[in-house]
Design a protein around this ligand. Structure first.
Ligand code: SAH
Length: 225
């Protein structure tokens, strides 16, 4: 049996999971997606997205679409990952970043590849177990915790970057308490069927909000599984 996360999967020969496929995804993000942050494009060219989804779907890894990862969850669409990452680092590269919603581990891997000290919290243990294996196999240093990430990760706070990858009507005060002066939080906020991607920065003590457009995310849910 072919190991699931073998570094050279059998499908590589078909070209659908090759570096060329990844390069094409990057060119689409740039040309059609309007993503022009070279740091983000380089990181996404480096991280093999096909290793973050089930082998049965690997041939679709470099399409610009969200894909199921089990437990009713999805790996975010590449354009959304690029947009959120670019928004997070636009005003300066944060040193320490918290992600709420590890999911497949793809977004966290992009952050770690950018050289950020990355912390990620996931409420579904089964997803986190698989994500941790991916980080290990790729040699990425992502610190993870199985917990309800709505409370952030106080032990390692403050985080000068916080990225929430599940949608909620509002965020708990706990997350803002872990955002220092000059820090940036990016999160989808709004109704279950569609949210606004917000960037919230702490500037001279005040929280300043910017609306970056409409997005659709799976819901931020309470408790752990
Ligand atoms: N960033 C992920 C996207 C995963 S989808 C990736 O790159 O693949 C959103 C994830 O958020 C799901 O895995 C879901 O289980 C998780 N999630 C939802 N509510 C959460 C909460 N309160 N705390 C932590 N994780 C949560």
């Amino acid at each position: 049996m072919t190991p699931r996360f073998h570094s050279q999967p059998a499908s590589q020969g078909l070209g659908m999971t090759s570096q060329r496929a990844r390069d094409r995804m990057i060119e689409r993000l740039r040309a059609e997606g309007g993503i022009n942050d070279e740091r983000v494009l380089t990181a996404m060219r480096t991280v093999p997205r096909h290793l973050f989804i089930d082998e049965a779907l690997a041939s679709r890894a470099y399409e610009d679409t969200a894909l199921p990862i089990g437990n009713g969850q999805t790996i975010s669409q590449p354009w959304v990952v690029a947009r959120m990452t670019a928004a997070l680092i636009e005003n300066g590269l944060p040193q320490r970043v918290l992600e709420v919603g590890t999911g497949s581990g793809y977004q966290a891997s992009v952050l770690a590849t950018l050289g950020l000290e990355t912390y990620s919290v996931e409420r579904i243990e089964e997803l986190l177990r698989v994500a941790r294996r991916r980080f290990r196999n790729l040699g990425l240093n992502v610190r993870t915790k199985h917990d309800d990430g709505r409370a952030g990760w106080p032990e390692y706070a403050p985080f000068d970057g916080i990225i929430v990858t599940a949608g909620a009507a509002a965020l708990d005060q706990a997350l803002f308490d872990q955002l220092p002066e000059g820090g940036t939080l990016v999160a989808p906020i709004g109704a279950a069927n569609g949210q606004r991607l917000l960037r919230i920065r702490r500037v001279e003590g005040e929280l300043v909000r910017e609306d970056l457009g409409g997005v659709v995310f799976v819901p931020l849910l309470p408790g752990t599984l």
